[in-house]
Design a protein around this ligand. Structure first.
Ligand code: GLA
Length: 384
């Protein structure tokens, strides 16, 4: 649907036919704030996409129309400076793809999509992935999906100022319908794990609190983890590069050396990595109930130890516990807003949605959007 409108819009604006590409948002089942600590994550690409229409324009100026923003922006092909807002994702990918040595020409672009912005479903990673994927195809650059993921991540770091890990870009590009991906964020090896539970759905509840991930808190957590590593290096023999290399018992032994705040942050990351390993085994054994319990534990850790939740998300997770048929729930993504992710039995979905909406509205006077998601393929060409 989006694709059709996008194509029409492109043809109306630029009087030529474009290459059409889409890239999805993502969910993450377990393994939160572990990617930049060289740990593990378990995302899946979803049925919400950002689509881009692109064609060469034989000038030196890139013209972009953002449908969701109703805004046109033009910039030089050689631009290396960040600007403000959504265009930074396009600016950053244009810059970093060339910095890697690729030769591209100026293009006309239209962007549209249905990944809600600021809801923790990685609309920005989807935008970078879709645009990078399109340039790679249009100019036959021969970049791998992982190369494109790194270009998206560098864009976040240098044009947006968010020191994100690799999970979102990776998931948007490598997604496979019906499968989650267990990614080792150190080696970048990954394994598809089927999410084969026809009696259940992954349901997202949007707190409608917009997280500004570029904001200081995300970057601060990353810094605190690095500080934790540099303290623990003094006590552990052998190579300690990241929290991945620091066992829980070592953290416990050096609680005083770390100080309470750093100890809590590091402890969360170490336990979350262990939970992820257990969680993958449970999924492989078909034990969704067991997996759901781990999701609640993750939320507890994110809220009380890592402290990236907010009252609205805590409320959504607490309320979910009261509804029969919900096997697990937690906040998802960077935090401070965005969505909770819930695994809900099919026959309980209607009551889940109405109960959650009712109690959330009563408490916060906000109407939460609810998305029943499907695990879908990653970035792809829609039309050449
Ligand atoms: C954001 C970042 C990811 C990851 C999550 C938290 O989505 O983009 O790299 O760190 O937060 O797990």
């Amino acid at each position: 649907m989006i694709e059709k409108i996008l194509e029409q819009q492109f043809v109306e604006m630029y009087q030529k036919s474009p290459l059409l590409v889409s890239a999805p948002g993502r969910v993450n089942l377990i393994g939160e704030h572990t990617d930049y600590n060289e740990g593990f994550v378990l995302p899946g690409a979803i049925d919400k996409i950002i689509a881009v229409a692109v064609a060469v324009n034989n000038t030196n100026t890139i013209n972009v129309y953002g449908s969701q923003y109703r805004e046109s922006i033009s910039f030089s092909l050689n631009n290396s400076q960040p600007s403000k807002g959504w265009i930074n994702y396009i600016l950053g990918v244009t810059y970093h793809i060339q910095k890697r040595g690729a030769t591209i020409k100026a293009v006309d672009v239209v962007v549209d999509g249905d990944v809600p912005v600021g809801a923790g479903m990685s609309s920005s990673a989807a935008l970078c992935s879709a645009y990078g994927f399109a340039l790679n195809e249009l100019f036959q650059l021969g970049l791998s999906k992982m190369d494109l993921a790194f270009i998206g991540q560098k864009t976040e770091h240098t044009f947006v100022g968010a020191k994100v890990g690799i999970m979102d870009q990776f998931a948007s590009l490598h997604g496979k319908a019906g499968n989650l991906m267990k990614l080792d964020c150190r080696s970048l090896e990954f394994e598809y794990i089927p999410f084969n539970f026809p009696g259940y759905k992954i349901v997202l509840v949007n707190s409608m609190v917009k997280h500004t991930i570029a904001a200081t808190q995300y970057n601060l957590r990353r810094k605190q983890c690095e500080e934790g590593v540099s303290i623990m290096k003094q006590f552990i023999q052998g190579q300690v590069k990241s929290l991945r290399d620091v066992p829980l018992n070592e953290l416990e032994s050096h609680r005083k050396d770390l100080g309470e705040e750093l100890y809590m942050r590091c402890r969360y990351v170490a336990t979350e990595n262990m939970r992820l390993q257990d969680g993958c085994e449970l999924l492989k054994n078909g034990d969704l109930e067991g997996f759901g319990k781990l999701m609640y534990q993750t939320h507890e850790g994110l809220s009380k130890q890592y402290m990236v939740s907010c009252p609205e998300l805590d409320f959504l997770v607490e309320e979910s516990k009261k509804i029969p048929g919900v096997v697990g729930a937690r906040m998802m993504g960077g935090g401070f807003g965005g969505c909770s992710i819930n695994i809900v039995r099919n026959d309980a979905i209607d009551s889940f949605i109405s109960e959650m909406k009712k109690s959330y509205e009563e408490k916060f006077s906000k109407n939460p959007e609810v998305y029943i998601t499907q695990i879908e393929d990653g970035a792809k060409i829609i039309k050449r």
